[in-house]
Design a protein around this ligand. Structure first.
Ligand code: CA
Ligand code: CA
Length: 178
């Protein structure tokens, strides 16, 4: 069993076009009522990414049966106010290997996925995000990647950075970083 099965569905994203993921309709955010509703207390703090790694992940097959080299990003984040019934994510990358990448522009990949968590309880998110490549990121090329995640209120974490490389076109592992 893979980590992605344990934690969350791996998301196959077709780069260069709309992410091929199910659009998840955000659930309505409870409004504070006259009964002392505590919803306000369970939101307002952004998640904090505590670890991020990227690994080549062979070939992934899309819905048309075509295979593409893929990477998997393993991310952990804490959200102390526990408003994480779904998580949004954004990714950026560049090939200037200085350990960071610009996150002020439009994300190169973004999406949402449902999360099984207890509302209002501090929650440690374990998320595996898969991306497959049709040329960007290039095969067998190292990049700085950045990932940011948001809770259901849309509060974005600071970006976390890691370096990684897509497999070769045949799915074999990339060359070590030069
Ligand atoms: Ca939160
Ligand atoms: Ca960079």
């Amino acid at each position: 069993m893979t980590l992605s099965r344990l934690f969350s569905p791996a998301l196959a994203l077709a780069l260069g076009c709309q992410p091929d993921v199910d659009e998840i309709e955000p659930p309505p955010i409870p409004k504070g009522g006259d009964t002392g509703d505590t919803a306000v207390d369970c939101s307002g703090v952004a998640p904090v990414i505590t670890s991020l790694t990227a690994s080549p992940d062979g070939l992934h097959e899309d819905e048309q049966g075509q295979t593409f080299p893929a990477m998997v990003f393993t991310l952990e984040a804490d959200d102390v106010d526990g408003d994480l019934s779904f998580v949004s994510y954004r990714m950026w990358w560049d090939d200037d290997l200085d350990g960071a990448t610009d996150t002020t522009g439009s994300a190169l990949v973004q999406g949402q996925t449902a999360i099984s968590s207890t509302r209002c309880a501090s929650f440690t998110l374990g998320l595996n995000l898969s991306i497959s490549s049709q040329g960007n990121p290039a095969y067998n090329t190292w990049y700085d990647f950045a990932v940011s995640v948001a809770d259901e209120a849309g509060m974005w974490s600071e970006p976390a950075f890691c370096q990684g490389a897509m497999p070769n076109e045949d799915g074999s592992d990339p060359d070590p970083m030069k």
